[in-house]
Design a protein around this ligand. Structure first.
Ligand SMILES: Cc1ncc(COP(=O)(O)O)c(C=O)c1O
Length: 368
């Protein structure tokens, strides 16, 4: 039996008529940029998260870029962030002329280790950017208590965590800005690239909105040099339909994650995901750690069972950052995770038989 890591066609087929209607409505009214669906979706996400503002942009990457800029990050500044994330987290810092200062991760949650943040702060630190990796929030109370007294802004990279919950608050709503990605494979995925910034802060919200349209307000009057980064109307229409199903899909991911947890509990080589007390993990990825990861990955791929390594190289070890002066061994927990983690199929439409096949295969690999 083949098992995909993700099959978006199943999700589409389950809500096909709703999606098709929403897209046809946009094709009929032709307001492809700035159509009514954009504001509607921005308001829906803001309400879902419990914040005042949602600012639709054209990717999660641009959400981070614009949020950092709205925090005043620019040339010569530093932004403290985790070394274990998708490249966009670091790339946006560098694109603003600032320097990413990478911090090691907590070995259990894979999120930024709050015990190393203070050491990484210098007078040039403008912002701290935690990433809610795999769908679980970083320890936001600790991060806020380090940053607020120092006047350091907090931008949450919640690209993988829309609908995750930290002590009763939604991911993305605790720092100054929260940034979401709606890349098609995300828990809430568009039919292309899309992203959003959420915030409660009126002044910065206005600036972020200006930045996404070439730094102009009103049109053709440019107070800043901004970007072309609007959320397309068609994407907003698709996402609005899908948002209604998100909580149900998250619950299904939970069920699947629980079944894996139970099935692997007696396999001593497997470390299943750790959920921090007070967190609602939405399992954007179900990621286990095993000592012989590459052998397991090759075995699963040989049997056509989808799996992936997020991420094989920590950010401080990326070639493009060799000038920053990090060397292997500097951030050992992340380096170990990069050698050991592997993510398994956990999409809501995964069938019971498929999951059982993944479980049986992995248990047999470890002779269980
Ligand atoms: C942690 C993280 N940050 C940022 C991004 C960038 O989002 P996008 O691909 O929508 O630009 C992603 C997703 O790909 C991500 O996983």
């Amino acid at each position: 039996m083949q098992v995909p890591l993700l099959d978006l066609t199943r999700q589409y087929n389950s809500i096909k008529s709703e999606i098709d209607d929403a897209v046809m409505t946009v094709l009929a009214h032709c307001k492809f940029i700035g159509g009514p669906e954009v504001k509607k979706f921005e308001d829906e996400v803001a309400a879902y998260c419990g914040v005042k503002y949602g600012i639709g942009v054209n990717s999660g990457t641009d959400a981070l870029l614009i949020a950092l800029r709205a925090c005043g990050v620019g040339h010569g500044d530093e932004v403290v962030t985790t070394t274990f994330s998708f490249f966009a987290t670091a790339g946006v810092i560098s694109r603003l002329g600032a320097r990413p200062v990478f911090v090691d991760i907590d070995p259990e949650s894979y999120n930024i280790d709050i015990h190393h943040i203070e050491k990484a702060i210098t007078p040039r630190t403008k912002a701290v950017m935690p990433v809610h990796l795999f769908g679980q929030c970083a320890d936001m109370d600790a991060i806020i208590s380090i940053c607020r007294p120092r006047g350091i802004k907090v931008v949450e990279d919640a690209a993988q965590a829309l609908s995750a919950d930290y002590k009763g608050r939604k991911a993305g709503t605790i720092g100054d800005f929260g940034c979401f990605s709606f890349f098609p494979s995300k828990n809430l995925g568009a039919a292309g690239d899309a992203g959003m910034i959420v915030s409660d802060r009126a002044a910065e919200e206005d600036f972020a909105r200006i930045l996404r349209v070439h730094g102009s307000k009103p049109k053709y009057y440019h107070s800043h040099i901004g970007y072309n980064s609007r959320l397309d109307t068609i994407q907003a229409a698709v996402l609005s339909v899908k948002l209604k199903h998100l909580s149900r899909w998250s619950a299904k991911r939970h069920e699947l994650a629980h079944a894996y947890d139970v099935a692997f509990a007696d396999v001593e080589q497997i470390r299943t995901p750790y959920v921090m007390p007070g967190n609602y993990h939405i399992y954007h990825q179900y990621t286990i750690a095993v000592p012989d990861r590459d052998r397991l990955r090759d075995h699963l791929l040989d049997l056509k069972i989808g799996c992936e390594t997020y991420y094989p190289v920590p950010l401080h070890a990326q070639e493009c950052y060799k000038d920053l002066g990090y060397k292997l061994g500097d951030l050992p927990v992340a380096e170990k995770a990069a050698r050991e983690v592997i993510s398994l199929p956990v999409f809501p439409e995964l069938t019971g038989d498929e999951q059982q096949h993944v479980i049986d295969t992995i248990r047999a690999f470890y002779r269980k």
